[in-house]
Design a protein around this ligand. Sequence first.
Ligand SMILES: *Cc1c(COP(=O)(O)O)cnc(C)c1O
Length: 347
Amino acid sequence: MSAVYRVDLDAFARNLRRVREAVAPAVPMLVVKDDAYAHGLERIVRRAGEEGVRWFGAFDVVTGAAVRAIAGPDARIFVWLIGGADDLAAGIAADLDLGLGDEALLDDLARLAADRPARVHLKIDTGLHRNGIRPERWQGALARTAALVDSGRAVLEGIWSHISEASDTDDDDARALFLAARDQARSAGLDPRFSHLAASAAGFARGEFREDLVRVGAFSYGIRPAGGPSETDLGIEPIARLTATVTTVDTAGVHLDVGSLHGLPCTLAARFDVDTPGGPRRVEAIRATETVLAPWDDAAPGDEIAIFGRGARSSATDLAELIDTIGEEIALRVSPSLPRVYDADGR
Ligand SMILES: *Cc1c(COP(=O)(O)O)cnc(C)c1O
């Protein structure tokens, strides 16, 4: 067996249950951007559907359409990277929920010939300035949305925003802007069914941020926040493990078949240990296509070594903290060239 990324779908299902319980009575939206945080979109969406997940957050329209094909007609699929009229048309055709954070898209929508109304979630910029309609332009955007609703071109399904989750005070300020924006929508005669602004961290820690939907990526995959609470405190578990195989043993050490080209940052060299049949050993070097460990007696080609993740000494976030980044970065770097193997309970 060569290097693989093993994904435990039963552990994923347990995380989904934990997420559902933690954000209740709000409903979780499973975020599946970046190939489901590199765990593999198809198997993740399929299992989530079996576990009763109804809302998916797919980022872009192409991914949204892929989720539609996997999850079937009843799933609600929210996308929020929409480039222009073509994306709008494709999003409506795939029956997606469209997160619009740019007034120009409302004009595009007014010109679009579509055979059904677009499901719109208007995004208010509450301070992150990534995209989103600025508060001073919100009233105008609401008027345009109301016109689209009146002419049957749109249904306002939601009001949403994204918060930094970096400081409670910033998030509180963002929430105040968000609630004011929603009040304005109601005063403009609009009646959005869904409000959403929290992701994993605020969805778990701060009840008042849950609203109707919580967009949960990281915690569904068992990735805890860097510098934050442990997996145990959160009640989640890592679902994937990067496993490498011993290729050769020589005087330089024990060579494994993963390297930086497979996603392991070189800057982690000499910073962490892995478990081996001979006990914990230091990762001494990380090169393009191999990793070298300190030797142990009887090391032999074919030995399997867990590098990080489920059942390993370090989680993705443990490694991230060693190089001042976040667990998602370690997880997302796992190369698509490594096979994903799906199995139950860590086997
Ligand atoms: C990635 C993303 C999320 C999920 O964030 P996590 O911290 O992984 O739960 C939610 N909302 C938006 C808009 C995102 O881009």
